[in-house]
Design a protein around this ligand. Sequence first.
Ligand SMILES: Nc1ncnc2c1ncn2[C@@H]1O[C@H](COP(=O)(O)OP(=O)(O)OP(=O)(O)O)[C@@H](O)[C@H]1O
Ligand SMILES: [Mg+2]
Length: 317
Amino acid sequence: METSEITILQPKAGADFVETPFVKGIQGRALHYLNAGFPVHFRGISGTGKTTSALRVAELLERPVIMIHGDEQLTTDELVGAQTGYHVSKLRDNFIASVLKVEEDSSKRWVDNRLTVAVENGYTLIYDEFTRSRPEANNILLSVLQEGILDLPGGGRNDGESCIKVHPNFRAIFTSNPEEYAGVHRSQDALRDRMVTLDLEPFDEETECAITARRSGLSREVALKIVKIVRYLREHGQYEFAPTIRGCIMIAKTVQDYGKGVCLGADHSLFKQICLDVLCSETSRIGSKTTSAKVKEVVERAIHQFGLNGKKPKRDP
Ligand SMILES: Nc1ncnc2c1ncn2[C@@H]1O[C@H](COP(=O)(O)OP(=O)(O)OP(=O)(O)O)[C@@H](O)[C@H]1O
Ligand SMILES: [Mg+2]
């Protein structure tokens, strides 16, 4: 059986992977459902650690991993496989050496694709941002998750198989962003009904601080100042998109690059500029001046309170 180029992953958490009780809690819940045979779906806004959690949980399942990224252009053929092209064979006539016969074998050849390989071999499938694919392309998953059967489209493979029994070790982990995000389709009720959805919230302060420190090399003390500012904005600000852990990491890496004096010294103008650049850009898609002005006001208030003296900011008027 021919397969197209498929990358099989063996995920391994790096030294900068952080495992707090918050992170372990999510992994533990997911693993329980997966071990009981149910697909798991991590759903949440951007930066809640969905893709990272999916990879880590897949690592803990200790099976090879196949990853698919949801995409508007993705077709069922790209998920499952298809009859592709024509096999052209060349025959050299042994008796009359000067004649080269080219024989076209009109039978198409089946090429397996990622879902088929995962289902057949009992691998773990991570389907990241699956609602970015069109619902029609994902319909094929219904029978996989419900009946444990993968129907092969277009008459099946060359060996006459029109369906494959799902391997007992096959597991599936899905991730998705909320439906209001650009380019996200509504997830089909039938599909959602066949998986256990875990709604991920932004990380707790301890986790956010640990990730920010580990990913930037800053001390916990400095990382905490940055995290408090971002969390304050998340709680009090008016924005198009909530600021995420990515904002914390970007500010922290830039501060680390300049030297932590930027954050701890008496003059906070550069630190303020870095926070505003990163957070205004992260929280607005269209660069709205009104959003920027509101974000700026809340960030300045938070910096003044947390950045200079680490005290809790005053409540909103
Ligand atoms: N446990 C962790 N340890 C270290 N870094 C982490 C951890 N979890 C998440 N991160 C980092 O936080 C950032 C956001 O995580 P991730 O990409 O998994 O979020 P997401 O929910 O998939 O976001 P999106 O919806 O935008 O795809 C990434 O930079 C990731 O490397
Ligand atoms: Mg992701």
